[in-house]
Design a protein around this ligand. Structure first.
Ligand SMILES: [Zn+2]
Length: 172
């Protein structure tokens, strides 16, 4: 590609750079393999980054999907949630997002995903699978926005699609 020379990963962070997320091809491939192996059930887990560079996924935590119907939805093993949040609290890392697969082949966030997107700014990696393996994956950032009508005071939730780059490109 070669058009990424202006990415410094540091200053000038605006809304646009918020929508560029780095995930190494090694990690991405591992997650794709996991998603394919887990079909027809959904795999799930957490995305971890360094606090000073939250747009670059450093590692992932794979969790058991403890949902009652893991073919239709996911629920991260609560013990993994507790352990992971506890571990990063005293470190320079943070939980920046989650991942799960869609065994129905749809790479877009579902209405259930939107309803569960409780954290503004949280990243959602979705890996679409079917019986043949992985179709594609998409990274999204959950957004919360106050309704323009102050009377209803409702918060609107939506997902912004992120550009997913492997760190081999232009990152140092
Ligand atoms: Zn989903």
């Amino acid at each position: 590609m070669g058009d990424c020379s202006n990415i410094t990963g540091g200053n000038g962070q605006g809304a646009a750079s918020d929508l560029t997320v780095y995930l190494s091809s090694v990690l991405h491939d591992a997650l794709r393999d996991l998603a394919a192996l887990q079909w027809p059930e959904e795999c799930c887990g957490l995305l971890i980054a360094a606090k000073q560079n939250p747009n670059r996924i450093e590692r992932v935590v794979v969790a058991r999907n403890v949902a009652t119907d893991p073919r239709k939805t996911f629920e991260i093993d609560p013990q993994v949630l507790i352990d992971t949040y506890r571990a990063v609290r005293s470190s320079d890392e943070m939980v920046v997002g989650c991942f799960h697969s869609h065994p129905n082949g749809n790479v877009l966030p579902s209405t259930t995903d939107r309803a569960r997107a409780d954290v503004d700014g949280f990243l959602w990696l979705i890996i679409a699978t079917d019986h043949s393996g992985v179709l594609k994956s998409g990274m999204y950032r959950a957004r919360h926005q106050k309704s323009s009508n102050p009377r209803d005071g409702e918060t609107i939730r939506y997902f912004r699609r992120c550009k997913l780059l492997s760190e081999a490109i232009g990152l140092y």
